[in-house]
Design a protein around this ligand. Structure first.
Ligand SMILES: [Zn+2]
Ligand SMILES: [Zn+2]
Length: 355
């Protein structure tokens, strides 16, 4: 099969992922063999590929927002032919104190898809069958892929920030995850304020009906009840903290921050403001969010790429050049050439698809 392999972490401009012919993966005990239909690209893939996260696996196939068809499975709950999702959480030990307390996102000995085990930037993948997510029927492969990390972890961020119906909520950064969450927040009658550096993202936030749009570290015109930061920047975290009202919660939805600047406790944290990180996800987050996504017909804006274009897809995310989410289609080679122009699969509009 063909796969995008990370032999050695390197900056993107050096095209760190190489497309290679590799042996088919063999599922282990309790695992399913999957044919990858689509795989979303996430900012975490960038951090892994560039070596900003410690290396966990040599010769890695990244990618952790996998939409796949089951080829071979040990479980009748996930029979062959079924469409399933695989997220960042590849598995947990099930025995540590966190797992036993229903906090598997904090497991002491987890495996991560596309990080500590091979992921979905390939034609086939394997996954633990108890970590497969059933997918809503109403959403296409391309539409559901970005929901599996950007969506689920974004949704967990809303929970971590304890967002309630009708509140004023700040989104700091407006990439894939934030663009999904604004729809959920609007469904909950929240007023959404967006701070982001990128002009395209600012425009998009206005189109999406944000109450107010500003620069990356701009303070919204009202005191926020809660804020979620998506940018991997400590300065942005402090801007968010400076924007919440007393008792407000800032949830950091970023696995990696450039740095955490010193800050003034009296000004920024006093008044029972809280700063929280968002770590991974639980299977329940996944199931709950996919249910919400189906109910509100969440349809992300998606730009599609062939497997050969994976480095381009990564670079587009790094440079904020995708207007929504980037999704790789490992089987796109199978389509007629005329259907796969400009990195788009059959049926997609040139450049972007409102999936
Ligand atoms: Zn991710
Ligand atoms: Zn555990």
């Amino acid at each position: 099969m063909r796969a995008a392999i990370l032999r050695k972490p390197a900056p993107f401009r050096e095209n760190p992922l190489s497309i290679e012919e590799v042996p088919m993966p063999v599922p282990g005990v309790g695992e399913a063999l999957l044919k990858v239909l689509a795989c979303g690209v996430c900012r975490t893939d960038l951090h892994i590929t560039a070596g900003e996260l410690p290396q966990k696996s040599k010769d890695l196939i990244p990618g952790h927002q996998i939409v796949a068809e089951v080829v071979q499975s040990p479980s009748s709950a996930f029979p062959s032919g079924m469409r399933v999702g695989v997220s960042w959480m590849g598995g947990v030990d099930g025995t540590c104190s966190y797992c036993r307390a229903d906090r598997e996102n904090l497991c002491d000995d987890p495996t991560y898809t596309g990080y500590s085990r091979n992921g979905g930037f390939a034609e086939y993948a394997t996954a633990r069958v108890d970590f497969l997510l059933p997918l809503p029927h109403g959403l296409s492969d391309v539409a559901v892929a970005p929901l599996l990390c950007a969506g689920i972890i974004g949704f967990r961020s809303l929970r971590v920030a304890e967002v309630r119906r009708g509140q004023s909520v700040g989104l700091f950064g407006f990439g894939s995850s934030a663009q999904l969450m604004i729809k959920v927040l609007q469904e909950w009658d929240c007023r959404v304020y967006v701070s982001t550096r990128d002009a395209t993202h600012q425009k998009r936030a206005r189109e999406f009906g944000a109450e107010w749009v500003g620069e990356a570290t701009d303070r919204p015109p009202v005191d926020l009840d809660a804020a979620i930061t998506f940018a991997p920047s400590g300065d942005v975290v402090l801007a968010a903290l400076g924007s919440v009202a007393k008792g407000g919660i800032v949830a950091i939805n970023a696995i990696h921050l450039d740095r955490m600047p010193q800050f003034d406790y009296d000004k920024l944290l006093w008044g029972e403001r809280q700063l929280r990180s968002v770590a991974n996800m639980t299977r329940k987050d996944g199931r709950d969010f996919l249910k919400v996504a189906e109910e509100i017909h969440l349809s992300p804006s998606v730009e599609t790429f062939r497997l050969e274009q994976i480095n381009q897809a990564m670079l587009a995310i790094l440079d904020d050049r995708t207007s929504g989410s980037a999704v790789v289609l490992p089987s796109a080679m199978l389509c007629a050439d005329s259907d796969v122009r400009n990195g788009n699969p059959a049926g997609a509009k040139p450049g972007k698809e409102q999936a």
